[in-house]
Design a protein around this ligand. Structure first.
Ligand code: AMP
Length: 364
């Protein structure tokens, strides 16, 4: 069985690492000559919309999936007309545009923060009189890890924020003074069987995920499962899906969803009976899904911009290191580490040690 993946970054790499024990081989399409999954499968080197490479991918792969949502819309459509593509192009189209995504949430009765489309500076001023302060201006497309976003605290912030948007379609949304950020990850296979992971509690800095922790019997679990199930059914979704949420006053507000495996689920490699990566493959290959039960309490810390010293990291009890084989660069995720413990107290102490190492090399 050969799985084709659009993108050959760390997510594709971890999908491949989960696939080999199941006898799956991989072919990646990625424009970067030194993409970090390349050593784990065949590499088609070129642009995502290169028709010759797409035809090769469709020909060689039994099923195609992707590791990020910003591939040109027509690409997934083209592939879907030649081979199996999971998740379906519709999920990509919705996730790629924040306005379409928010309207989609709204249509499914999944709460979102008040928002307005913004296409001009005057439009932004008008929208702010309705949305109120503070707010966040985001580009509608191509935004990830907080890129293309500006916090609006006063009228003085409007001009620079508008200029940063550089003429692309924007969306302004009310700032949510959340109690915490959580995400739910679920998998649905071709036959419609569905499994949910325990919630992840997430800490971001500068719009980039820093720490994710698994949550035992979280009071928000049921609500989050109901929302992601609604999404998966509406999209006739196949694969792993991640839904990012804000919790405020005991209620959940949707931020965005990612039609792929997700950074906040990396702890599942050591911390769940079946990892999100393996379940993504099981889902798209229509195999029975694996149990998502947590194994102890887990947390994951990202290394951004710089690598930890391997010996120092592995000296932390119960720590597992995942290097992505990527050259360190400012703001770039180059590795993560997971720790597992029996009690919250033990876990907190281990997380502190990991964060201390991450902060030493973090250049952002
Ligand atoms: P995003 O790219 O939309 O996932 O945003 C990145 C991060 O910015 C989120 O994980 C939050 O920490 C923060 N953020 C985004 N939108 C909002 C909002 N409306 N209110 C408060 N914080 C937000």
């Amino acid at each position: 069985m050969i799985v084709g993946v659009l993108g050959a970054g760390q997510l594709a790499r971890m999908i491949a690492l989960a696939g080999y024990p199941l006898g799956v081989d991989f072919i990646f399409l990625d424009p970067s000559a030194d993409a970090c999954a390349n050593s784990l499968g065949a590499h088609l080197h070129g642009d995502y919309d290169d028709p010759r490479l797409l035809a090769q991918l469709a020909e060689r792969a039994d099923v195609v999936t992707y590791e990020f949502e910003n591939v040109p819309a027509g690409v997934a459509e083209f592939l879907a007309s030649h081979t199996q593509v999971h998740p379906a192009p519709k999920a990509l189209a919705v996730a790629q545009d924040r306005l379409i995504e928010k309207a989609f949430f709204h249509g499914l009765d999944i709460p979102v923060s008040p928002y307005a489309a913004v296409a001009s500076f005057e439009g932004l001023e008008q929208a702010m009189s309705i949305i109120g302060w503070p707010a966040i201006l985001k580009s509608c497309t191509m935004g990830y890890d907080g890129k293309g976003q500006s916090l609006l605290k006063s009228v003085d912030d409007l001009k620079p924020a508008w200029e940063q948007l550089a003429g692309v379609q924007g969306v302004v949304e009310a700032f949510v003074p959340f109690d915490r950020e959580v995400s739910i990850i679920a998998a649905r296979n071709v036959s419609g069987a569905t499994v949910f992971y325990p919630l992840s509690q997430n800490l971001h800095r500068g719009g980039i995920l820093r720490v994710s922790e698994s949550c035992d019997n979280d009071p928000m679990q049921q609500q989050a499962e109901a929302y992601i199930l609604r999404l998966m059914e509406a999209l006739d979704y196949v694969g792993v899906l991640a839904l990012e949420l804000f919790e405020i006053d005991g209620k959940l507000i949707a931020n965005e969803f990612a039609p792929r495996v997700h950074n906040s689920g990396h702890w599942t490699i050591e911390g769940a009976e079946t990892s999100q990566f393996e379940n993504h493959l099981r889902a798209i290959l229509d195999l029975p899904l694996g149990a998502t039960t947590a194994v102890g309490k887990s947390a994951m810390v990202n290394f951004i911009g710089g690598l930890p010293a391997t010996e120092e990291l592995l000296a932390i009890p119960h720590a597992h290191l995942h290097l992505y084989d990527k050259a360190p660069r400012k703001g770039r995720k180059v590795a993560h580490a997971t720790v597992r413990a029996e009690t919250t107290g033990q876990l907190d102490a281990l997380i502190k040690q990991l964060i201390a190492l991450a902060d030493k090399v973090d250049d952002s």
